[in-house]
Design a protein around this ligand. Structure first.
Ligand code: AKB
Length: 318
């Protein structure tokens, strides 16, 4: 019987992944935790506790007490926020991962999931169809922390046989919980503003293409990787996965098909330089070969669902 701990269950990925994991493993076997309060459905559908991943002592007690067999560590400071407070972001992103890796090794937790990001790539990386193995010279503190984290994951796997699995997520688009402090966040904000105000001011230039993915694909990828046969996995740093590629202009053109008067204006800020250091599209052939990964949602399908669901959510909030 698996007993799963989700750290960061109130966040953009965690709030959806917790519910998906509860569907697979049973509500009472998935322990959701965060330093902040979680959405109602996360709290109602199973156990939830406030827990700080930096609090090693409480963490180890928790893992022993509930006989945890798998940990999903989703707490992180994203790219934009990390540039505002570089050393704090480095400390939080690295210490949380090292706490978990070492605790898992000591206590004997069977499997760990840790998210990496396209932020591990940098200006020297080929931008189109970025390969799994390539130059990785990130120039953001978030990217540096993700790259270092990948090396630590592989190290713990090789040195201690700890079964750590990881994905380099592209920008994730979802309607349930908003992202916070990332460079790809525009692709979520735009839907709320389109539905509420009919216009959006974008912090990236119109032709800034980035790899993106609709959340249901990202959740499915995560669970599929965690359930994949250990012998099939050739990557123990982090897997490239690919979904959709578009720029702000292409996304706004797609939105205009359903919101005719929608207007977008552009006021690039410091996140433009971050976006320009990242790839435009990702080659995920290794993930496809190793564990049969394949994305499902395209720009049109994702936009239709995002508009419908953000509309319902904003209506409910009135
Ligand atoms: C961010 O923009 O920082 C994240 C990411 C791509 O990892 N969404």
């Amino acid at each position: 019987m698996e007993k799963i701990l989700v750290i960061g269950a109130a966040g953009q990925i965690g709030s959806e992944l917790t519910l998906a994991l509860r569907n697979v493993y049973g509500d009472s076997n998935v322990y959701a935790t965060d330093i902040k309060d979680a959405p109602k459905d996360v709290k109602k559908s199973g156990p939830f506790q406030i827990l700080d991943v930096m609090d090693e002592k409480r963490l180890i007690h928790f893992v022993i007490r509930y006989k945890i067999t798998q940990i999903y560590l989703l707490a992180a400071v994203l790219s934009g926020n990390a540039e505002r407070l570089p050393l704090q972001a480095w400390d939080i992103n690295m210490r949380s991962l090292l706490n978990i890796l070492d605790l898992a090794r000591e206590v004997g937790v069977k499997k760990i999931f840790w998210p990496s990001s396209i932020a591990v790539f940098g200006l020297t990386t080929p931008k189109i169809n970025t390969p799994q193995l390539t130059f990785t010279e990130p120039n953001t503190v978030y990217g540096i922390s993700k790259l270092a984290g990948e090396r630590w994951c592989e190290y713990y796997y090789k040195r201690f046989s700890l079964d750590v699995r990881s994905i380099r997520y592209p920008g994730l688009i979802s309607y349930k919980t908003e992202a916070g402090g990332g460079t790809t966040d525009y692709a979520v904000e735009i839907f709320y503003d389109a539905v509420e105000k009919g216009k959006y001011e974008c912090f990236l230039k119109p032709d800034t293409k980035l790899p993106m993915m609709f959340m249901p694909d990202a959740i499915r990828a995560t669970i599929e990787l965690m359930e994949a046969n250990e012998n099939k996995l050739s990557i123990r740093s982090s897997y490239n996965i690919s979904g959709i590629t578009f720029d702000p202009k292409e996304l706004s053109d797609e939105i205009k098909k359903s919101v005719p008067g929608f207007e977008i204006t552009y006021k690039p800020d410091f996140r433009q330089a971050i976006a320009e250091s990242w790839p435009q599209s990702i080659d995920d052939s290794v993930a496809r070969n190793d564990w049969n990964w394949k994305h499902e949602y395209d720009l049109e399908k994702m936009t239709r669902i995002m508009l419908e669901e953000t509309g319902k959510k904003l209506e409910k909030a009135k």
